[in-house]
Design a protein around this ligand. Structure first.
Ligand code: AMP
Length: 213
């Protein structure tokens, strides 16, 4: 199964992609995670990407192209892939079409997670990352606000630079201008499902699974 998980920043793509990829044995391809790994390694590519990501801008398509080709090639060892955070521009959507054709894999389904902007901003402002294991959590979902549910580290939560309020606002602006047009470009070509992302996590997962059946 090949899926594009699409939606505004903070709508829950990463959370759903993690659950679905382990349930369905799909490779979870998050371009944001790949870029953050590059930043952590201190590579030239990571340094270039960081300056843009910290402002909420997109990394140029030509830099993303190599990254996504490598990741999709690797996905051939799985039952398929879930794209999380790609394509983010119409040119990236065209690149994806090209790669799918070259590799002769089935056309992916487009799963659009829908949510209101103000709720998304509120959610993103409560998002934290564990400095110990990298896990992204939302404080509203945690019973113990200081303990990482994955590695149990205490008081290790930090705010991602691009989750600061002024950056969130810019990310939404970039999303509306550059990323939302991807839907108009792809929806007539791909099987498309719209899912209400503001339901509890388990309900959203269930609704996606139901839609994909
Ligand atoms: P994410 O973790 O998906 O929210 O991505 C975090 C940041 O990484 C974005 O705000 C962009 O700066 C950058 N990024 C991630 N994926 C892409 C992409 N497909 N194209 C361009 N920039 C990206």
């Amino acid at each position: 199964m090949y899926l594009i998980l699409f939606g505004a920043p903070g709508v829950g793509k990463g959370t759903q992609a993690k659950i679905l990829s382990s349930t369905l044995d799909l490779k979870h391809i998050s371009t944001g995670d790949i870029l953050r790994t590059e930043i952590a390694s201190g590579s030239d590519f990571g340094i270039k990407a960081k300056a843009l990501m910290d402002k909420g801008e997109l990394v140029p398509d030509e830099l993303i192209a190599d990254v996504i080709r490598l990741a999709i090639n690797d996905a051939l060892n799985y039952n398929g892939f879930i794209l999380d955070g790609f394509p983010r521009t119409v040119d990236q959507a065209k690149l994806l079409e090209k790669i799918v054709k070259e590799l002769k894999i089935p056309a992916p389904a487009l799963v659009i997670l829908k949510g209101e902007d103000d709720i998304i901003v509120r959610r993103l402002s409560k998002r934290r990352q564990c400095a110990n294991c990298g896990m992204i959590v939302n404080l509203s979902d945690l019973a113990h606000k200081e303990i990482c549910p994955t590695c149990k580290a205490v008081d290790k939560f930090i705010v991602r630079k691009d989750d600061k309020e002024e950056v969130i606002i810019n990310r939404l602006k970039v999303y509306r201008a550059e990323t939302r047009p991807v839907v108009a470009y792809l929806e007539d070509k791909l099987k498309t499902f719209r899912i209400d992302a503001l339901q509890p996590v388990a309900v959203v997962t269930q609704n996606i699974m139901q839609a994909l059946k």
